[in-house]
Design a protein around this ligand. Sequence first.
Ligand code: 0RQ
Length: 501
Amino acid sequence: SESRIQCAALRSKIMSADEAAALITSGVNVGMSGFTGSGYPKAVPSALARRIVAANTAGGKFRIGVWTGASTAPELDGALAQVDGIEMRLPYQSDPHCRERINAGEMEYIDIHLSHVAQFVWFGFLGKLDVAVVEVAGILEDGRLVPSSSVGNNKTWLEQADKVILEVNSWQSSQLEGMHDIYYGTQLPPHRQPIPLLRPSDRIGEPYLRCDPDKVVAVVETHAPDRNSAFTAPDATSRRIAGHILEFLQHEVKKGRLPPDLLPLQSGVGNIANAVMAGLNEGPFDNLTAYTEVLQDGMLDMLRSGKLACASATAFSLSNGALAELNADLERYRERIILRPQEISNHPEVIRRLGVIAMNGLIEADIYGNVNSTHVMGSKIMNGIGGSGDFARNAYLSIFMTPSQAKGGALSCIVPMVTHVDHTEHDVQVLVTEQGLADLRGLSPRQRARVVIENCAHPDFRPALRDYFRRAMEGAPGKHTPHLLGEVFDWHLRALRGEGM
Ligand code: 0RQ
């Protein structure tokens, strides 16, 4: 794949993944590419894991800080977590080995809003970034880089790191060239200017990543696929959730609170999000747009059918089938898909200006509308907040969706008080389960509790929730957001003891 590396100076730096990994020393912070299983380095992290094993077998303690765009894959998070090579991880992960280490207290993890990461690095809040390991689809003659299947924080990693290691992956379609929009206009306060993005389809930057060739210490050639996980066909629960959302959106159009072609859509990852897209694809709305973080199968279907005019994101997260279809027709899709740095795809200013309709998943929501997206029983991390907070806080309409129960009906996802708060009651306008939809706009906490219990909770848990709420109204010292502090988590404690909620 010589043709992928057109810059002579960088061609001279081609080496093996093991040689490149040898340039990374213990204790450094490494910014890696990668976002929801797309565009992560495929070879250097595993080579580094081997190096870590060797160092630790010899009695050392080799560990690094790993910063990424979002979740990666077994070859990165998995490989490094398995060998206990990660001292600090940020900002989002979903790897089973990583999660296990974090929850065992063996790995530090900071869960950060995805739009915050790049600026926190520029502000100096997270310390020094030493090394960047970034996958690209190609290198131009002048050293500029063709981005891969995700952009994430790569712009910032390339600019901030002292040393850069590039993985050039010839498995990525060379036709990705021209799809990206890398904005180089961000400044630091007090010099910031408005971001000139007025429509999801706007291109405000350049299709390439800039990179100082003198900082590049290694170029590694790879030919390896992204982690493309299959989506299950929407089940009955997901379809019912999607149905409630579609009905609600139609109602909003009828009321004149949304235009007939809606407003730019953001949808989280997972099967419910995909089911909502499938519903929209068969629904009455045309000429839709997306301003989102991750482009998954459902949105690709909508681009193909023409329901979706364009989609802006920072990464793909496609199944193998969808990816094959995209690659077969990339020429045609390229115009209508824009991949941006995550500080732009998730930028509060832009999300607020465009009036995005945000739709995200949750672990539990409480009767007053607070949402926990990240922690099981208040202490065990699942994945992380990801971009959900960037979108929920700044959206035109912030929708959260979940099955009403988890773990085969053993747990209610609607609880008296969430055990961890990611999205406060102020950032949640609509709550949806397969049972129904609670429109919380304009309601006081007590009014919200009634509609959440009656519309969203599973019938098996409704009596207990009604009982709690009634007694809280009587016994709470304050009647604005009534709670019985002595028993509010009994519900969870009983479940932890295996007694059901
Ligand atoms: O665990 O598979 O071990 O059984 O949580 O739950 O129902 O499959 O739902 O895949 O949509 O994930 C919030 C985690 C939901 C996700 C969360 C358990 C459940 C299962 C997954 P098992 P489901 P989803 C932009 C948006 C934050 C990031 C975000 C998420 C697992 O949506 O990570 O929104 N969001 N990003 O059993 C105990 C409960 C539970 C529970 C569910 N009440 N108690 N376990 N589970 N409810 C995209 C990005 O940021 C990249």
